[in-house]
Design a protein around this ligand. Structure first.
Ligand code: NOJ
Ligand code: CA
Length: 677
């Protein structure tokens, strides 16, 4: 009798009992199975409409200096299922209300031998899965160092991927479209254009990674709520088509330092047979904490122009002087330095941009190269380059502040950190105070060059914490942040909506450094934009850059109409009209669209979408209720039939259509456009 009972119990625990768990999405389309293998390793799989998206894949973490890692010998100690359904209102966004609806499974795992416990929490949405590791308070797992995280994502086939190579220091790559099996062969070429070769892996890629299966499923891998942890890349075992997490190391080669209670960011898997659903998904935001800023009234979407494109194209310079090294910050009277005659951020020039902004209804003007240090920077990797509070002698801070105020225009500060993060942190409070004192409530920061302290990487835990610190500190000062070269966003703007922008991908500036593929903008919304808005800086009207600067031989691979569409297709609460005022003045009728387009929306409808090929989206302006529709295309011509059924029945609308002219061609005739009502 006793024996029989034992057998019955054992059967239960192997099949469907304590070691195997299931989770369904609210609409039932996704099914996640979790189980413990014979060696005690955790494993999950994911199906969508009955198709395998993630084949059985292992989960776990390898610890440093620790005989026993968190990889196997686990038993399920407890499981908890729950459901959540709530709507929230973002401060700015593509829609005015976001529904956060998921089913959750939290599996508590005990490693008996070490007397350690972890929790793996799964959240299954109608758009896909999020999971993370949690380390509850306990005696035998308090402080530990992660050698590597081993979260696997086993693909069910040799999918087509839209990828950029794994890199600890930059995301500013053109995308490659290839089969997963072709990544190895293409990655060296995909990488050559870039500077950093640290940690090169021939099958390493960055997230957000977009894929398409042979039978038309769209899959996206990314992460959400990257806080106090290194950024995750993915490494592909291209024999078995299994991706595995690959964390960014710090200068010591360590991946992450944890003190329980703590948890990792969410690892996310989205899937759909309709590409538009990937674009419309708010899952990444939903996996982040609700807003932590109490009064958000000061956070406002911004349309801006700037003293910027003229430096990027080489027409003018960031630096006031070329008198280096005789000039030294803190030791030299800059008024005695010899001006180089090409400085962009002069009081007179800034005033011209303020006038242009005021005339055309822009909210703000960004000025780069306003502060001393630029002459001392390029080519140098050193601790102290900028102090963020000392203008060049030809930039009159007070005069500009008064002028901008009189014209009803805000100024955007620029903080190029030169990658010297500790120097920036030392100056941060003073720099933010200085901004407020001079009427600035938004900053564009930047992290160009090797990170200091030496050996650090752009996406390690230490510097992820820095980016976060800069944003939270800014919130204390009611300052909005737009960080360039910072880690790719993972939905943190839900929690800190003063993070109104990031670059973290190849932006328009690369059009001035040799160009970007014409289909780049049909991939970014599927990849980079999944985690948050991008300061892409569109709006280039003069494609031949030798017309701006004789030293520039680059060409912008786009048309004017294509540039206009980006204000709608590349969602961001921060939009720049990046070209020079004189180029806009040549095409004022086309420029009208940039003047009119909204930057904050109550609703968005993805009308058509195919990664690498086209995206059409319609958005309803929060303030006016007007609809704006943008459509961008890659190189393959097509006829698009746009369904406008989202418009209100029985109401009359007038459409003003800005389109490529019949003879437009991005290479030979980019300025041909038509405007009709
Ligand atoms: C790179 C940024 O992306 C660009 O916008 C900026 O002008 C330069 N760094 C200089 O800080
Ligand atoms: Ca950049």
């Amino acid at each position: 009798m006793k024996k029989l009972l034992f057998l019955a119990l054992l059967t239960l625990s192997v099949f469907g009992g304590a070691s195997a768990q299931q989770l369904k999405s609210p609409d039932g389309k996704f099914l996640m199975n979790f189980s413990i293998q014979a060696d005690g390793s955790p494993q999950y799989q994911l199906t969508y409409k009955g198709k395998l998206i993630i084949k059985p894949s292992k989960l776990g973490l390898e610890l440093k200096d620790d005989a026993k890692s968190l990889l196997n010998d686990f038993v399920i100690a407890d499981t908890k299922s729950s459901s959540f359904d709530e709507s929230w209102k973002p401060v700015w966004g593509e829609v005015s209300t976001i529904r956060n609806h998921y089913n959750e499974l939290a599996v508590t795992l005990d490693q008996k031998e070490t007397n350690r416990r972890i929790v793996i929490r799964f959240r299954l949405y109608n758009e896909g899965l999020g999971f993370r590791y949690e380390f509850p308070t306990q005696k035998n797992l308090v402080y530990f160092t992660i050698k590597e995280e081993h979260s696997q994502f086993a693909m069910a086939g040799d999918h087509t991927a839209f990828w950029i190579v794994g890199d600890y220091d930059t995301q500013e790559y053109d995308y490659t479209t290839s089969k997963l099996s072709e990544i190895r062969g293409l990655s060296t070429k995909a990488r050559t254009a870039n500077v950093s070769q640290k940690g090169f892996s021939p099958t390493g890629v960055q997230t957000s990674l977009m894929m398409k299966t042979a039978d038309g499923l769209y899959i996206n891998l990314h992460e959400a709520a990257l806080i106090n942890y290194p950024c995750m890349h993915l490494n592909l075992d291209d024999k078995n088509m299994v991706f595995e997490s690959w964390l960014t190391p710090d200068a010591q080669g360590n991946k992450g330092y944890v003190q329980a209670p703590d948890h990792t960011p969410w690892r996310t898997i989205m899937a759909s047979d309709d590409a538009r659903e990937i674009l419309a998904s708010k899952m990444i935001y939903n996996l982040n904490d609700p807003c932590k800023i109490e009064d958000t009234s000061w956070i406002k979407p911004v349309k801006y122009v700037g003293v910027w494109w003229e430096m990027i194209t080489g027409k003018s310079s960031w630096s006031y002087t070329d008198d280096f090294p005789s000039i030294k910050i803190g030791q030299t009277d800059y008024s005695k330095a010899k001006p180089n005659g090409t400085h962009g951020a002069t009081t007179a020039n800034v005033k011209k941009y303020i006038d242009f902004a005021a005339e055309n209804g822009f909210d703000a003007v960004l000025v780069e190269g306003w502060n001393i240090g630029w002459e001392d920077w390029f080519g140098h990797s050193k601790d102290f380059v900028f102090d963020f509070v000392t203008p060049y002698p030809d930039f009159n801070m007070k005069e500009i502040q008064a002028y901008a105020k009189s014209k009803g225009v805000k100024m955007i500060m620029h903080h190029e950190t030169s990658g010297s993060v500790r120097n920036y942190e030392r100056h941060l409070d003073t720099a933010y105070k200085y901004m407020k004192l001079n009427g600035y409530d938004a900053v564009k920061s930047g992290y160009v060059g090797d990170i200091l302290p030496r050996g650090e990487n752009h996406y390690s835990q230490w510097i992820v914490n820095h980016y976060q610190y800069a944003v939270e500190k800014a919130a204390e000062y009611k300052i909005m942040v737009n960080a360039h070269e910072a880690v790719r966003p993972t939905g943190i703007a839900r929690t800190y909506p003063n993070l109104i922008g990031n670059e973290s991908a190849r932006g328009t500036e690369y059009q001035a450094f040799g160009g970007s593929k014409p289909n780049h903008v049909t991939i970014l919304p599927f990849t980079r934009l999944q985690g948050g808005p991008m300061d892409y800086t569109p709006g280039i009207f003069e494609m031949d850059l030798s017309k701006i600067s004789s030293s520039n031989h680059s060409y912008v691979n786009s048309t004017i109409a294509n540039q206009l569409a980006l204000y709608v297709t590349m969602y961001s609460p921060l939009q720049m009209a990046a070209d020079l005022p004189e180029n806009y003045r040549r095409f004022m009728d086309a420029f009208q669209f940039i003047k009119d387009v909204a930057v904050d929306w109550s609703d968005s409808k993805y009308v058509e979408a195919e990664p690498g090929q086209y995206i059409t989206v319609a958005r309803k302006a929060k303030k006016t209720g007007q609809w704006f529709l943008g459509s961008v295309n890659g190189e393959i011509a097509r006829t698009s039939k746009i369904d406008l059924s989202f418009l209100e029945q029985g109401k009359k609308y007038i459409a003003t259509i800005y389109a490529d002219g019949k003879d437009a061609d991005y290479k030979t005739n980019p300025q041909s456009y038509t405007i009709r009502n």
